[in-house]
Design a binder for this molecule. Sequence first.
Ligand SMILES: [Zn+2]
Length: 271
Amino acid sequence: MIAEIESMYEPGWAESWDAVGLVCGDPEAAVRKILFAVDPVAVVAAEALDWRADLIVVHHPLYLRGTTSVAATTAKGRLVHTLIGNGVALYTAHTNADVADPGVSDALARAVGLTGDLVPLAPAPGDPRRGLGRIGSLPAPMTLAAFAERAARGLPRTAWGVRVAGDPDRILHKVAVSGGAGDSLLSAAHAAGVDAFLTADLRHHPAGEFVEEGGPALLDAAHWATEWPWLADAAARLASRLGARGITVETRVSATVTDAWTTTAQCEDTK
Ligand SMILES: [Zn+2]
């Protein structure tokens, strides 16, 4: 099972600071049911137990910076105990899934309505078919406001929705997307000459300065929502690869929203 996952998302493709691979579980254990989720958190573990999953494949690492204890005195330690105690393995495919072909941003691009060939926004050194972000085209030119609506319809509901920076009447043809925090790709999006860039976790100063400089319009969606479309793609690809080898597994995509932001409230107009 691990070998099959790693043939789709090679651990060697991950960034040097990342922590990917098997977090807990016995690689020799039989796996029949696999739950796919963005975050390794308690509600996802509860869903895995309810459904009697043998393995959870998540996008985000549980321990990114290492630890000296997995005691059940912290949320992460409790999660490790819950999973091991119930015989559930946990596997992370993070930046190696971001840069895969197809990877996280391919699924995001399709979810928000991009068509045609998708090419990486920041191609991986040595293999330009892989890389961070994707550039694609809209089926027909549309305004920024219309694309924001289209993107919002294609993504799962979160408190955040989709925020937009730029002229709502701007006409878009070519759009770049990147699942997760896309700050570091702002200049690549500008250099690529796209009309808009959709990602998550953008900040006031970089976003404002970028738009002021005449860069692409920006769309900022909830972090979880930009990565969630990948789960169905990963699940389908893994099941089909295993099926070709005569191995049947049941897969399920967690629909539990685990974005950090859960509610919004609008403020009063300035007078
Ligand atoms: Zn992420």
